[in-house]
Design a protein around this ligand. Structure first.
Ligand code: SF4
Length: 387
């Protein structure tokens, strides 16, 4: 087994490889393999896995790519993520990808799917709508049809057919994956000094660009390493981060929040990996139906999903309580409509529950963290002194 430091280093390398070298190498191993890129937030990767395709999370270019042509595709007053994602398509980084899935979270992503279509990137460009009705007979039927479209897309690329057996096997692997990630979050809840939020971020993000089998092995190794103490407990407050579910904050921002005296005990950075809360039912005669049912009944909350019967503010408060958080940091990408429009409602719920909160905005390529660090530091000090 590798040391924790080695595992973290390897994960950080994979997580930010914008050429997706590992995924491309995996594809070259067999002619029936396919690469499916998906945008934030959630895509049920089980269906791709069951059809010999690797789903690759395209989380934006962050601060690691100069945007040359991407800016020409978008007006200035929108978030940064789509510019980097179109840049990656135009500079050839995604040439080996067979198709792309664009989950419906906002108009920017909808437009991005159109641009990929116009630019002829991949053999399919699927705009993937989530249901807004959580009744199995309505939203459930709709969602299943959406999944079937993607299944047909992948089948047209590699000729594979979805079998019950394969899908049950894939569901089992991804259940394990979520369980292991959750275990790491649970360990961090008790001992946040053993693994920093940034290290956790690297480990979870790596899982979006390598196979689930490889990621499960890494997660198991990480968990075994975490049974021994590491680092020193600090006099930090505990916070939950909310609003960073799509455009990702730069690594320096996550580090700055921690260095300012805040243990990040939960977050929505890479929410797709943790979307289903718990397991999808296994060994079923209708595994696709189980994926649908899991979406309808076990989804986490997010501003990008319209779920009127399940208020997000209340769920955020529940999460903060579960993690024994001292406060919430609302951290959203600039111009991110879903996050910024939901924020007041969520703040109201935090106020009602007596949970302190602050907010700020970032770009994925923000380079200056001094102001954010001071704000988070003041938040931490004020809670330590007066809460
Ligand atoms: S960061 Fe927000 S506005 Fe931008 S693409 Fe993502 S969800 Fe849409």
């Amino acid at each position: 087994m590798n040391s924790l430091e080695k595992l973290i280093e390897e994960c950080s390398k994979q997580a930010f490889d914008l050429n997706f070298t590992h995924a491309k190498k995996w594809k070259s191993g067999d002619k029936t393999r396919a690469l499916v890129g998906y945008l934030p937030i959630y895509f049920p990767r089980e269906i791709a896995h069951a059809m010999n395709a690797l789903s690759v999370g395209i989380m934006g270019a962050g601060d690691r790519k100069q945007i040359i042509r991407g800016d020409a595709y978008y007006q200035s007053y929108i978030c940064h993520l789509p510019r980097g994602v179109i840049e990656m398509a135009l500079d050839g980084s995604l040439d080996e990808f067979d198709g792309f899935v664009f989950p419906a979270i906002c108009d920017c992503v909808r437009n991005l799917s159109g641009m990929y279509k116009l630019a002829g990137k991949g053999k399919f460009q699927r705009y993937f709508d989530y249901p807004q009705n959580f009744d199995a007979a309505i939203g459930g039927v709709f969602y299943r049809q959406e999944l079937e479209k993607i299944i047909d897309d992948i089948s047209a690329v590699n000729g594979m057919k979805l079998s019950i057996e394969n899908l049950n096997h894939s569901i089992k692997l991804f259940n394990k994956n979520r369980e292991l990630i959750e275990k790491i979050y649970d360990i961090r809840q008790e001992y946040p000094w053993r693994l920093s939020a940034l290290e956790t971020y690297y480990i979870v993000r790596a899982g979006m660009v390598i196979t689930v089998e490889e990621h499960n092995k890494i997660l198991e190794d990480v968990i075994s390493c975490l049974s021994a103490d590491r680092g020193e407990p600090m006099d930090n407050i505990r916070v939950v981060i909310s609003g960073s579910f799509c455009e990702q904050p730069p690594a320096g921002l996550i580090k700055s929040i921690e260095m300012a005296g805040c243990y990040i005990v939960d977050d929505d950075f890479l929410l797709g990996s943790r979307w289903i809360q718990g397991s999808v039912a296994g060994n079923s005669n209708n595994p696709l139906g189980e994926l649908v049912s899991a979406y309808l009944n076990k989804s986490t909350f997010s501003s990008a999903v319209y779920d009127v019967g399940n208020p997000k503010g209340k769920r955020l408060v529940e999460l903060a309580k579960k993690r024994k958080a001292d406060g919430v940091i609302f951290s959203a990408a600039s111009f991110c409509d879903p996050a910024l429009l939901d924020r007041p409602e969520m703040q109201k719920e935090c106020d009602a529950a007596g949970i302190p909160h602050i907010n700020f905005q970032y770009h994925e390529n923000t380079g200056q963290f001094k102001v954010i660090k001071e704000q988070a530091g003041t938040f931490s000090d004020s809670i330590k002194l007066w809460a």
